[in-house]
Write a protein that binds this ligand. Sequence first.
Ligand code: NAD
Length: 354
Amino acid sequence: MTYDFTYTTNASRVVFGLGSLKHIEREVEALGACRALVLCTPEQRAQADAVAELLGNRCAGIYAGAVMHVPIETARAATAHALQVGADCAVVIGGGSTVGLGKAIALESSLPIIAIPTTYAGSEMTPIFGITEDGIKRTGRDMRVLPRTVIYDPQLSVGLPTKISFVSGLNAIAHAAEGLYARDSNPVMSLMAEEGIRALAKGMRNLNADSQDIEARSDCLYGAWLCGTVLGHVGMALHHKLCHTLGGSFNLPHAETHAIILPHVLAYNSAAAPDAMSRVARALGSTDAAAAIYTLSRELGVPAGLRDIGMAESDLDKACEIAISNPYWNPRPVEDKPLRALLQRAWEGALPAV
Ligand code: NAD
């Protein structure tokens, strides 16, 4: 094997463990902060209250206004609120949408973020932000938005319904799978990606058998950390481009779209990225990466086709056109006919075809 890579690592501190939320005050103090604004969605207010209680007089209040896709109006209102209450850091508790709001505040104000993820989306480990203005989601990279500290406490995801847990876990697996064939991949990220896929698949299977299995939650969160780290360090390809197009232009749900598209993109790329495919397959105890992801999804009861999550068949041509118009780099060239066939199969929920 001849190696050829550049490896740069993003600096963040990770505190992982059952009950690790109890360290929140210590972590705020370690940042030199004394007025933390806690962010959450309205649905996760109770978890934010628990954080506020642990913070005591280091808490500058709770902002329970996080919503999907980080609308610019929400980002502006939250930033203004953070400045008004004199916050010197933001503590975000929730999924990718809440972490996204924290990132939008950091982009404007440079406030440091402590993230406490409760889904498996992985945003907490990346310097990638997304803000929606006039219906269009703009994404970018900026080191100011990378959370400085991440607290992973498996106890906090126990309330996440298994249906959402599974699509969220497959969303994380997609980061790792594409990281394995990224143009700028490196051996460390590949180790993390394979281990992340293995841990998530094991955790999700065990959760499917027993939704209260805390060890399974721990496996899933550990896998999410690894897969999120991969997303934060290497470039993504066709899968992420397609999901971005489908989510942004056809308003499809984020994690479900990832879960449905992934096996089809792996099949599309399989001949062009054989090493990556063997690692995905090995992580899943199989010899065929695309088929193994498809089978895992069926086992977990995840929606099979885009038609099951509200996509109209008549929009497939348009989706193909948008995805091709400004493609990401991909190990196999992205061409109209095979991409349209991929979308048709994904829409129908058919077996992935090589
Ligand atoms: P989400 O954050 O939108 O959460 C979905 C719902 O689940 C919310 O109502 C939330 O309050 C609730 N929820 C979260 N955790 C819960 C728990 N433990 N118990 C009960 N309810 C809970 O969903 P998501 O899939 O985590 O995030 C999706 C968003 O994240 C998308 O907008 C996506 O673009 C973004 N994302 C960004 C990056 C990045 O690097 N920037 C990476 C991955 C995802």
